[in-house]
Design a protein around this ligand. Structure first.
Ligand code: AMP
Length: 147
């Protein structure tokens, strides 16, 4: 998908927003949704997306939606760091297939990084469902506690 292709309303994140596909949701408000990456590159890998913006990438998203997403990215990065105690946290965002984007609804990755552990290959191996459920519960509790 190029940087200028039209938004496809059947992409998987649009389907998650509409409730047509499941996700391990950890946060939502009127404008933003966050859920665990189904193919985590590290323990706690989270995706943050705008709910109301039919935008493929950083270039076509409206500024207001982008700002709301980034406020949540910071809040959730803090909660993830508090809960999981990684040694670092990577925040990443890809635009266009040539840049590594595979789902064409704009999203921001929060990837906790643990010293001595390499990141797993991008979108390669599905996470263990039991582990994802437990992690979801931990992060939902931590976010509710106001981290
Ligand atoms: P990107 O390559 O930046 O477009 O990232 C897309 C991300 O979405 C990848 O890290 C995938 O592992 C992740 N992903 C794909 N399908 C799902 C899904 N159904 N639920 C959660 N994460 C997904």
């Amino acid at each position: 998908m190029s940087l200028t292709d039209a938004y496809d309303p059947e992409n998987i994140f649009a389907r998650i927003i509409r409730g047509e596909a499941p996700c391990y949701r950890i946060y939502e408000d009127d404008d933003v949704l966050a859920f665990l990456d189904l193919y985590p590159q590290s323990f706690g890998h989270t995706l943050v997306i705008p709910r109301r913006s039919a935008a493929c990438n950083l270039l076509d998203v409206d500024t207001d939606a982008l700002c709301k997403v980034m406020v949540v990215v910071q809040r959730l990065a803090r909660a993830i760091v508090d809960e999981l105690q990684p040694d670092g946290v990577q925040v990443a965002q890809f635009n266009g297939a040539a840049a590594g984007q595979t789902v064409f609804h704009i999203h921001v990755h929060i990837v906790p990084r643990y010293a001595g552990q390499d990141m797993r290959v991008h979108a390669a191996q599905q996470g263990d469902r039991g582990e994802l459920e437990q992690l979801q519960a931990r992060l939902v509790r931590r976010i509710a506690a106001g981290a």
